[in-house]
Design a protein around this ligand. Structure first.
Ligand SMILES: C[S@@+](CC[C@H](N)C(=O)[O-])C[C@H]1O[C@@H](n2cnc3c(N)ncnc32)[C@H](O)[C@@H]1O
Length: 303
């Protein structure tokens, strides 16, 4: 690949996904894109870039972008955010939403689904220890740029290696079924999560408002103005008493005053007081499933 081809790729990735590929990452582009080139009968990466230049709107572009994203994830990743979820976030939301009995959660870069399914399992476990959650309608919306990883999430099938990373054995035995060499997460846990393709660079206001947003280990790949834009748009989709959870290497500090860190809760942020208009009302897709934690059955969305 010539330096010009690599520059073209870097620019395309930045525009399409926010991903910043540094100059020394050419080896990464080569190892991830050669299989894409081969699938399309293109002999070299130069040929691949020529095909991209010729048809910048072709499905090949999405394939290249998806191949360049890092989809690393695992169940209950980093533990601490899930402790915040059980001990701080959910008790606060259960109290604050006692009247409407509805909570909306968004996993904004869900990859192969381990993060939203960890939240769903944690909610099921909480129903035993925190009976106040009974009768709440809780939506978990999980989105990602990549349709391919979401397909894997939809299947709910994980390898032995994947279920050994972060998932407590008792939850494996309780919520998964072994199918050959792999494990499939129970249908009722899968039904708690709505999966949708979404690029964080695009408008996400049609998703509605969220009481809790998990946006972890994706903004690290973006440059500062892109991060700031995403934070500010997330803040608009959140009530003032909502929560934002970021990855261990991410922060809002020095980037935006739309959120402030919650003291002594690493990775947890709260919206700052706004003077402007309240966020737009929930505009939930009326076909989307939702979950009653009390029963695990789907209910009709509120009109
Ligand atoms: C490293 S994974 C993080 C998964 C999970 N949140 C976690 O922390 O374990 C990053 C995910 O972000 C997705 N991604 C990258 N750029 C994106 C964008 N512009 N919009 C939405 N998702 C994006 C990738 O497809 C990938 O699945």
């Amino acid at each position: 690949m010539t330096p010009q081809d690599f520059d073209y790729l870097r620019q395309m990735l930045r525009e399409r996904s926010g991903l910043m590929l540094s100059a020394e990452k050419q080896y990464l582009a080569e190892s991830r894109l050669l299989p894409v080139a081969r699938r399309h009968d293109l002999k070299t990466l130069g040929d691949l870039v020529a095909a991209l230049r010729a048809k910048p709107a072709a499905p090949l572009v999405s394939e290249v972008v998806e191949a360049m994203t890092t989809n690393e994830t695992f169940f209950f990743r980093d533990k601490v955010p899930f402790e915040h979820f059980r001990q701080t976030i959910m008790p606060a939301l259960i109290e604050k939403r006692a009247r409407e009995k509805r909570i909306r959660i968004w996993c904004a870069a869900a990859a192969t689904g381990q993060e939203p399914y960890s939240l769903a399992m944690a909610l099921r476990e909480m129903a035993v220890t925190q009976p106040a959650i009974a009768g709440f309608r809780i939506d978990i919306v999980a989105t990602d740029l990549s349709g391919e990883v979401l397909e894997r999430a939809r299947s709910g099938i994980y390898s032995q290696f994947e279920v050994q990373r972060g998932l407590p054995i008792q939850l494996l035995l309780k919520y998964f079924k072994q199918t050959g060499d792999a494990w499939q997460i129970a249908a009722d846990i899968r039904s708690m999560v709505q999966l949708r393709t979404l690029n964080l660079l695009n408008d996400f206001s049609p998703l509605g408002t969220f009481d809790l947003v998990f946006c972890r280990n994706v903004l690290i790949y973006f440059e500062q103005p892109t991060k700031i834009g995403v934070f500010n748009r997330i803040a608009k989709q959140m009530p003032q008493d909502g929560f934002l959870v970021l990855g261990a290497a991410e922060t809002v500090v020095g980037l935006t005053d739309a959120f402030k860190p919650v003291p002594d809760k690493r990775g947890l942020y709260a919206p700052t007081r706004r003077r402007g208009p309240a966020p737009t009302a929930i505009s939930l897709d009326s076909r989307a499933p939702s979950t009653s934690i009390a029963t695990g059955n789907s209910k009709k969305p509120r009109p």
